[in-house]
Design a protein around this ligand. Structure first.
Ligand code: CS2
Length: 495
């Protein structure tokens, strides 16, 4: 392995950014751009305070113990990697309730909440970024309105000064800034949702309204919520990744591995200023939507197709799945015939070339990107990845056999065991609802498919009402259970 080493920029930074959601993606995407910016310019104004709001207290503490330094290993292919040391995170916080690690076993919420809120209220902080995953916004996946009945949101409404959710933290922090006459920070969502800035704005304003109408109005007029499209494949670390890093002499529990490719497209709306990101290759644009929709439907839509079909077929990782000719053919067909026709393209974009570049990225065998990880939270992901595109297709009379097969595989997947009967956990906010539907209708495919498609918080009603689409999902479901994933893919490819 040929490894190029890039050291972190020297010196300490001041904290200009607070980040919510210290997962692997944050550590290998945003912080890499900021590290490169600091190395190039010597500008130390954009140090990061990163927080976990729900789980993984261990990571928060490990990063502190590691002196807030960690390596990112970018694998170009099996022969070439770049190892970057990242030093732009200056502090970490944990505000959730994590009994599992045993390190804060009292089960109380909000260990570092006071410190995080103080940081969020500080005038030096000009940007708050979020990578809290789709479910971290507490919005209805299809409708996009705040889930006021969710217990976490209800807790934030009942006790707004001790928030547990990302929208709750933003509302409390913005309220403190307003009271003290401090200009509001810019809120930048870095999650895979369409119009992620607009959605974040809705979550924050709807929550603020429950507390104080004047505060909600102030947020609506004063706070910028730019949209962004983020792209880099950063799988959760596995034991095999850590042992491979140990061979390179790296022993840091906060290390992350990822692909060499990285993209960030950001709507340029930062009233209090921002780092000079363009110089690091960030595309600062007026409208992110064409990039976001393209990426969600082509890349993430393909990922989800592989996840459910591959997991049912007992395949473990993305690179193993795309080694199969039939799955590659299915992805090409899905991307070019079902996703591409629904896109209004960023200028100069060649979708055939984009589709091929995605297949090459998926084939990177240095990454162990587990299909079960991608299969997580399907209820939150599928509207933007498949269902809105499918709706656009059926409206113009285009059939969507690959998407229908994907939806059938997702429904079957949520039974919690594959076609050979091997069980696996279903990780989704709607797990309980899925289990109830499988218990009730598991023996009647027609009733089961109907029951899934009428979930109007996930499936757009106009799509569920399309007889051609529902028939295609039911047929694909029957093919899956009769012939297995391989047979069902064959049938789909012959349609
Ligand atoms: C993946 C994404 O886990 C998933 O659902 O589809 O995390 C994907 O790897 C990234 O969006 C790539 O940019």
């Amino acid at each position: 392995m040929n490894v190029t080493y890039v050291a972190a920029a020297p010196g300490e930074g001041r904290i200009g950014i607070v980040h919510l959601g210290l997962g692997a993606f944050h550590r290998a995407h945003q912080t890499v751009y900021l590290e490169r910016h600091r190395r190039r310019t010597g500008d130390t104004a954009w140090g990061v305070s990163s927080a976990n709001l729900r789980s993984s207290v261990g990571l928060v503490d490990d990063l502190r113990e590691a002196g807030y330094r960690y390596p990112v290993v970018e694998y170009a292919d099996s022969e070439h990697a770049t190892l970057r040391e990242i030093g732009v995170i200056e502090e970490t916080h944990f505000t959730g309730q994590d009994k599992s690690s045993g390190r804060d076993g009292d089960g109380h919420w909000g260990r570092d909440l006071d410190a995080l809120l103080a940081r969020l209220a500080s005038p030096e902080v000009r940007i708050v970024t979020l990578a809290v995953t789709e479910k971290g916004y507490f919005l209805s996946p299809a409708g996009g309105e705040l889930l006021l009945g969710d217990p976490m949101i209800a807790a934030d409404i009942a006790d707004p000064s001790r928030p547990r959710t990302a929208p709750g933290l933003l509302v409390e922090a913005l309220s403190r800034r307003r009271e003290r006459g401090v200009a509001p920070f810019t809120v930048l969502s870095c999650d895979n949702m369409p119009d992620n800035g607009k959605r974040t704005r809705i979550a924050v304003i709807q929550l603020a309204r429950r507390r104080d109408a004047a505060l909600a109005r102030w947020i609506a007029t004063e706070v910028a919520f730019p949209c962004s499209m983020v792209d880099r494949i950063v799988p959760a670390m596995t034991a095999a990744d850590f042992s491979r890093l140990a061979d390179l002499g790296i022993q840091n529990p906060c290390a992350v591995v990822c692909e060499a490719f990285s993209q960030w497209v950001v709507e340029d709306d930062f009233p209090l200023g921002r780092p000079d990101w363009e110089a690091e290759g960030v595309e600062m644009v007026a409208d992110v939507a064409p990039f976001e929709t393209m990426k969600l439907r082509m890349l993430n839509g393909s990922h989800s197709l592989l996840a459910y079909l591959g997991a049912l077929a007992g395949i473990e990782t993305v690179f193993e799945a795309v080694r199969r000719d039939d799955l590659r053919a299915l992805l090409r067909r899905y991307m070019l015939e079902e996703a591409a026709p629904t896109l209004s393209l960023p200028e100069g974009m060649d979708l055939v070339a984009y589709a091929e570049s995605l297949l090459t990225r998926f084939a990177n065998d240095s990454l162990r990107h587990r299909l079960q990880q991608i299969a997580m939270d399907g209820s939150q992901k599928l509207p933007q990845r498949w269902l809105l595109g499918a709706q656009a297709c059926v409206e113009i009379g285009r059939p969507v056999p690959c998407t229908a097969l994907g939806v059938a595989a997702w429904i079957r997947y949520t039974a919690g065991h594959d076609l050979r009967g091997l069980p696996y956990p279903i990780d989704d906010p709607l797990t309980g609802r899925f289990a109830g539907l499988h218990d009730r209708y598991g023996r009647d495919p027609e009733a089961l498919v109907d029951a899934f498609l009428v979930m109007d918080d996930v499936v757009p009603p106009a799509l569920a009402a399309d007889a051609g689409f529902t028939a295609a999902v039911l047929a694909a479901y029957r093919h899956l259970t009769q012939y297995g994933p391989d047979g069902a893919i064959d049938v789909c490819l012959q349609t």
